[in-house]
Design a protein around this ligand. Sequence first.
Ligand SMILES: Nc1nc2c(c(=O)[nH]1)N[C@H]1C(S)=C(S)[C@@H](COP(=O)(O)O)O[C@H]1N2
Ligand SMILES: [Mo]
Length: 400
Amino acid sequence: MSIRRLASALDGRVSRSFPERARVGPLREDAFSSELHTRRAGAILGIALGVSFTLCFATGLLSWAIQDPPSWFHWPSRPAGLYRFTQGLHVAAGIASIPLLLAKLWAVYPKLWRWPPVESIAHAIERISLLPLVGGSLFLLFSGVASITRWVPYPFSFPAAHFWAAWITIGALIVHIGAKASLLGPSLSRNSAERTGPLPEAGLSRRGFIWTGFAGAGALTLVTVGQTFRPLEFLAFLAPRKPSVGPQGFPVNKTAGSAGVSDLALDPAYRLAVSGAVSSPLSLSLEELRALPQREVTLPISCVDGWSATVRWRGVRVRDLLQMAGAAPQATAIAESLQPRGPYRSAELNLDHAHDPDTLLALEANGATLDIDHGYPVRLIGPNRPGVMQTKWVSRLVVQ
Ligand SMILES: Nc1nc2c(c(=O)[nH]1)N[C@H]1C(S)=C(S)[C@@H](COP(=O)(O)O)O[C@H]1N2
Ligand SMILES: [Mo]
């Protein structure tokens, strides 16, 4: 018997094994009467979600690679605001996906009760792929929102869980789109507003329902995107951070107190070390750092959480310090913090970043000595870096 005949024989048995008399409750033929549950609504919302999830996936992988670069990956120091844009987009697209996903699930959930529940083997695979797709999507949006609001309701590490859930979800999305591709054309047609539940009923019009999903996405974007897009800050009611609120006029990510560095940072015996692959290691007091040529630059802090703020910084160029210490022209470096432990206590400066004329060890922000919560006495600031790599309370540059 050919595989095809075997499969169709099996498929016949699959669908016959679900008798009509088992069809009760939500499984009844007329259980869902709203006209809203149409293929067209599901398809349009699905396309919008496909776009927003693809944007989230691409920008998320990029952010992951910048922070933990594979050998083939190089992140440049220019354009200075690129990470601000890609990460702002990541979080904004994720937030906009929430109403789109809720609308999509509402449009298609009657299909869960379709009879017979499984018609063929291909249909079974398609239905099983919904579990990682829906579960993964809900987890990604939930954990993303929890992370930007600093709420950790689970015991595992957010970045790793979010990263692996993204791969699972995108894998399931590709299977889902593959299974649905042939239906997309007919589903999008206006005439075939075929219902996923059988009987039409008055209520929100179909088009009204689709637009409710899009309007929700637009409204949520408007009240949050001001966290990174300054002209809309006045509308950012739901943004966890406002770019102009905080000491010296910009937000604090982690305070000196919570990082356990207050005493070390205020110690008058503070010295900055430049060590490692150098011919003349340096150990500079704050006075000596202030006596070196100072450079003023305007650069954003761009947090992975999706907020960003433009700040005027003043301090010593990292490349001047490397040169003073006699580092090689191809030197890279690691900036280390006084902070005793924690994932962001050090960060790497690749070749571009170490030698960019705007990469500084800053002593001032917005015209005044750094606030302790912004990294006093010395913090790293450079163009096109994720906030997590703008190390505060720097005590050492280890040259490599
Ligand atoms: N030592 C140290 N530096 C750090 C952090 C940290 O936890 N420890 N957090 C980083 C993060 S996630 C961000 S977004 C920026 C925020 O800088 P700010 O608090 O001055 O705005 O600091 C970075 N520097
Ligand atoms: Mo951050």
